[in-house]
Design a protein around this ligand. Structure first.
Ligand code: URA
Length: 246
């Protein structure tokens, strides 16, 4: 995660680059086998910038950090969040047509859910965003069949029992309702599979349309369905702050 960010101790840099352990790196350094920008460095505490300084161990150049990329997609209905599908259904990664690097989705959205889906090749970022310990909020706009009674909405706020959670609760705002349908904004922090659908079922209703509009500090905004864009550094860093990476 430190790649590309400022000077690092040489032994740490060599271990992050996968060359060897930190202890063995100290040995390589003190035996004069490591060069930084052409000069032999024998101090293990010497600092260099990974990806900017040219570092060699014997005659082998140390590779730079993997370029980390962060993408948001507005997922259409009918795509699956998986890297392959035995049934040959369309994959969300099919939509990232000009992305050369291998990235994977951060968590999942159901086949029939639309909206904000993040992708990255940064394992730590993805791990923290999806681990329940970090309680990252995910916000959805849900269309529910029928007129949802206030008591049912209140139950969602207080918490309901669903498979995988003793008490799944949410922040809920009523956006509109009539006899035919109710629209709510619902924010959860657990990320259990099909959580919103299960919660709404637990209070006696059915979700007919679901869009994720926010994840952590990122909002879907006006990105069109099926389109993607790279996140700005500022957006990535704001999210990192939320999950304690900065
Ligand atoms: N909750 C659901 O029910 N489905 C999703 O895709 C995401 C959250």
């Amino acid at each position: 995660m430190e790649g590309g960010q400022g000077p690092l101790r040489l032994n740490r840099l060599l271990s992050l680059a996968g060359i060897t352990s930190r202890r063995k790196a100290d040995e390589l350094i003190s035996s004069g086998r490591v060069r930084v920008n052409g000069k032999v460095v024998r101090e293990p505490g010497f600092r260099a910038v990974w990806g900017r300084d040219k570092i060699h161990v014997d005659d082998r150049e140390v590779p730079g950090p993997l370029e980390r990329i962060y993408i948001m997609l507005n997922k259409p209905f009918g795509y699956i969040c998986s890297m392959s599908d035995p049934l040959g259904r369309p994959l969300v990664t099919d939509l990232l047509d000009n992305v050369k690097q291998r990235v994977y989705p951060v968590g999942r959205l159901d086949f029939d859910t639309m909206g904000l889906l993040l992708f990255t090749n940064d394992g730590e970022w993805a791990y923290r965003l999806t681990h329940p310990r970090f309680k990252v909020p995910r916000t959805y706009k849900a269309t529910v069949a029928g007129y949802m009674e206030d008591a049912a909405i209140e139950l969602l706020r207080v918490g309901v029992r669903i498979p995988g959670a003793v008490r799944a609760k949410a922040k809920v705002t009523l956006l509109g309702r009539n006899e035919r349908q109710t629209i709510i904004r619902i924010t959860i922090t657990q990320g259990i599979s099909r959580q919103v659908r299960k919660m709404v079922e637990a209070v006696g209703y059915r979700v007919v349309h679901l869009i994720r509009t926010g994840f952590g500090t990122i909002a879907l905004g006006d990105l069109k369905v099926g389109e993607y864009r790279y996140l700005e550094t500022e957006e990535v860093n704001k999210m990192k702050k939320l999950i304690g990476m900065k």
